[in-house]
Design a protein around this ligand. Sequence first.
Ligand code: AMP
Ligand code: GLY
Length: 439
Amino acid sequence: MKVLVIGGGGREHALAWKLAQSPNVQRVYVAPGNGGTQRDAHLFNVPMTDVQALRAWAQVEHIGLTVVGPEAPLAAGVVDEFRAHGLRIFGPTRAAAQLESSKAFSKAFMKRHSIPTAAYDTFTDPKAAHDYIDRMGAPIVVKADGLAAGKGVVVAQTLQEAHEAVDFMLLDNTLGVSHNADPSGLVVPRVVIEEFLQGEEASFIVLCDGKSVLALATSQDHKRLHDGDQGPNTGGMGAYSPAPVVTPEVHARAMREIIWPTVRGMAQDGVPYTGFLYAGLMIDAQGAPKTLEFNCRMGDPETQPIMMRLKTDLLDVMLAATEVDPNGESTGALDRMDLEWDRRWALGVVMAASGYPLNPRKGDAIAGLPQDQQDAMVFHAGTLFEADQLVTSGGRVLCVTVLGDTIKQAQQRAYELAKGVHFDGMQYRQDIGHRALKN
Ligand code: AMP
Ligand code: GLY
């Protein structure tokens, strides 16, 4: 079978790498891919991102299965487009992807279905938002309603920070948030203001086929740029699996209190959820999980360590998740699947470009990449070939991902490999995994 992975980051490199290991996969295409997927003899880049162009290409190429990495094509309706033409694709429809693309949608959904999350309110009027902040006090969290490439959330420690966040999100829009349109098609800047939650975060990612759910291995990422979880928020500077904070009890609660009510609630609301579902959890000292956010995709960089630990053939899993009857209705066979995991720890260190996250520099030559190994991979994100030279082309450049018998060993090995890699201005954290090490 020919398989297509849509996207061009480290997550897509890891998904494509894993799919290519299936004996039933003839070819894995990655659209648009990156320098790493170009270099890999088993993967083939397709220089395309337009949803309709991709669908037309997939028809011509007889692509048997498509897996979508990032949220943007999902929010643009890539799943609807592929399915409408009888193509098999794993991901949520545009309507279901609102769980991520619209904070207002997902918060209202959680309230309606009693899914634990922070108390909140939604505002389009700056005056009302400012009054609410004054009433609630700090710390408080201000979120833009729309896709903001990770820049749409301000965890304000002071009232002043919260007021400023409201102003730049509702009035100036200096961060370039693309706000969602309301049902009439009007684009109105809107913010969600919510209660500050305390605890430890974890990434809880499952596969859904519309009815059944299969949990992936647990993971945690490091969102801040600097060591000690300091500095600005990023897309993620590193991740590891498993996440010790997700004990079997927390796992059971997350499934029972968050994941199942979400999947059932979406089905009840007439938007059955298919695809990866990622609940960002905040777990309090008593082990009670609350939903910080939903993502309608896998995490990046969580995917890299998770794929490294997955022993089951990913193609089999994806085919089970996208089974349809002759009428094209999802029949879903995930309830018949079991996932097998490597017992070792996987840990990934992101190497980012100079200037990341605000203004990443491009075009720096990359040297010293180690040989790929089954238990030590450098997944690429912002890389491309200029002539024969691999250069940086985005904020997060590489993710050095390894397996180790202990978290400490995985950490040491990842950093040994990272030390050999060089590009001008590179930045990476020295403490990925520190929260798991202290447990
Ligand atoms: P989000 O994009 O909603 O996941 O937010 C990005 C980050 O902001 C999260 O990973 C948390 O670290 C933090 N955050 C978001 N919402 C809250 C909240 N209600 N309380 C505390 N921290 C939050
Ligand atoms: N690593 C966080 C995310 O993928 O959203």
